[in-house]
Design a protein around this ligand. Structure first.
Ligand code: KIV
Ligand code: ZN
Length: 442
């Protein structure tokens, strides 16, 4: 069976940009749009032209410069918004107008102060107007997942009849759960006439941490476009993360008969570019592109990865563009990882010499989170100068260990903990037996 192609609609430059601290100027948006083009996304939502002159210019500049992906611009269901969106988009090779209007009772009553009848009419008329400018029109019933299901079917039917080519079902407030969201998609496919001729899109927010799970459940239920952002940036808790969706589909191709056009090796460069532009760092444990996503510190894990990366890695760092799997040297690391890093730094050891370096390493690693290369080089030099081997109980704190301890004191660690160094120095005996070699992942 042919895999089903999923359209990747990237909204980093629109919904993503709406997250605190993530706004971008025209030049920054253009730079990011080029990176999204290299990444191979199908649609770039470049902005919300009515929102500001800067956003208008950004959409215009991206539309003029980038021709492979479709370029979308957002508009509320008002004539002035739609006209402004079209003005910004009209130079694009493949333009799309994206119109949205809230449909849940809570939004209709408190935010828009309109009736359901008025909402239905406005949705229909705005799609018709957008269609008069552009063939490719997407409609989003905002807060769809909290909309009465019968009314949601009525609105979707109205916009399909008016010519929408994509209907997006946003989980605006990150409220839905996978089974429920899948049911909504199935319901629309069953109840809306002509639904088979439009693309069903999904757009999830991460307020309950389920944006990616909801997106994947919707894909299984028949959605063919997913809206997402790089690094999962977006309103409040963010949008569904592009890199997580794409890699879930790829790594679990055994369960998902779906493919995307994303060049996965460009995921990490895209994440880095966004973080650099917005100056918003990526959390270290972020799936796929976080600093620790391919880092192994525990000795048993390091040993396994060195023997065969498949033991603890379900995808290669290379496949997502991460330069190399990093073995983080810390207090849980074993001799195997230590000797490999030393080899990379140009040192090869006999077992006895390695033991000496390892003993010093364990003491230092107890004091600082990560043992960096420059620490290691110092340890190696000291261990070599001080051969023949000194019994562990007589090892003096080295300058590196003292520096680390002073650093801890400076960072506010209690003096008693820093003074406790001598005691810890003798505790290196603990890592000597073969059983502990195993536990420490040697
Ligand atoms: O979350 C949302 O509902 C949106 C729409 C504008 C699609 O971002
Ligand atoms: Zn959104």
């Amino acid at each position: 069976m042919e895999p089903v192609r999923i359209t990747i609609f990237d909204t980093t430059l629109r919904d993503g940009e709406q997250s605190p601290g993530c706004s971008m100027n025209v030049h920054e948006k253009l730079r990011m749009a080029h990176q999204l083009d290299r990444l191979g996304v199908d649609v770039i939502e470049a902005g919300f032209p009515i929102a500001s002159d800067g956003d208008f210019e950004a959409v215009q500049a991206i539309a003029a410069a980038i021709h492979r992906p479709k370029i979308a611009a957002l508009a509320r269901a008002h004539a002035s918004d739609i006209e402004r969106a079209w003005q910004a988009l009209k130079g694009a090779a493949r333009p799309r107008i994206h119109v949205f209007l809230a449909t849940s009772d809570i939004h209709l009553k408190y935010k828009l102060r309109i009736s359901r009848e008025r909402c239905l009419e406005q949705a229909r008329e705005s799609v018709k107007l957008a269609k008069s400018f552009c063939d490719d029109v997407e409609f989003s019933p905002e807060d769809a997942t909290r909309t009465d299901p019968d009314f949601l079917c009525d609105v979707v039917q109205a916009v399909v009849d008016a010519g929408a080519t994509t209907v997006n079902i946003p989980d605006t407030v990150g409220y839905t759960i996978p089974t429920e969201y899948a049911q909504t998609i199935k319901m629309l496919r069953e109840r809306v006439r002509g639904m088979e001729n439009v693309v069903i899109s999904v757009h999830c927010h991460d307020d309950l941490g389920m944006a990616v799970a909801n997106t994947l459940a919707a894909v299984e239920a028949g959605a063919r476009q997913v809206e997402c952002t790089i690094n999962g940036i977006g309103e409040r808790a963010g949008n569904a993360s592009l890199e997580e969706i794409v890699m879930a589909l790829r790594v679990r191709a055994d369960r998902y008969p779906h493919i995307t056009g994303v060049v996965t090796e460009q995921l990490y460069p895209a994440s880095q570019a966004l973080s650099e532009i917005t100056e918003v760092p990526v959390q270290p444990n972020k799936a796929i592109i976080g600093r620790n996503a391919f880092a192994h510190e525990a000795g048993i894990h390091q040993d396994g990865v060195l023997k065969n990366p498949l033991t603890y890695e379900i995808m290669t760092p290379h496949s997502v563009g991460v330069p190399d799997s990093r073995l983080v040297l810390g207090k849980h690391s074993g001799r195997h990882a230590l000797s490999l890093r030393c080899e990379q730094l140009g040192y090869q050891f006999e077992r006895r010499e390695l033991d000496e370096v390892y003993r010093r390493f364990v003491v230092l690693a107890d004091q600082i989170k990560h043992v960096e290369d420059h620490h290691l080089l110092e340890l190696v030099r000291e261990a070599r100068n001080e051969s023949p081997r000194i019994p562990p109980s007589q090892v003096e704190p080295s300058p590196v260990v003292i520096a680390a301890a002073v650093g801890r004191a400076e960072r506010g660690f209690p003096a008693s903990e820093v003074r406790g160094l001598e005691v810890q120095l003798s505790s290196v005996h603990e890592h000597q037996s073969e059983q502990e070699d195993y536990l420490w992942g040697v």
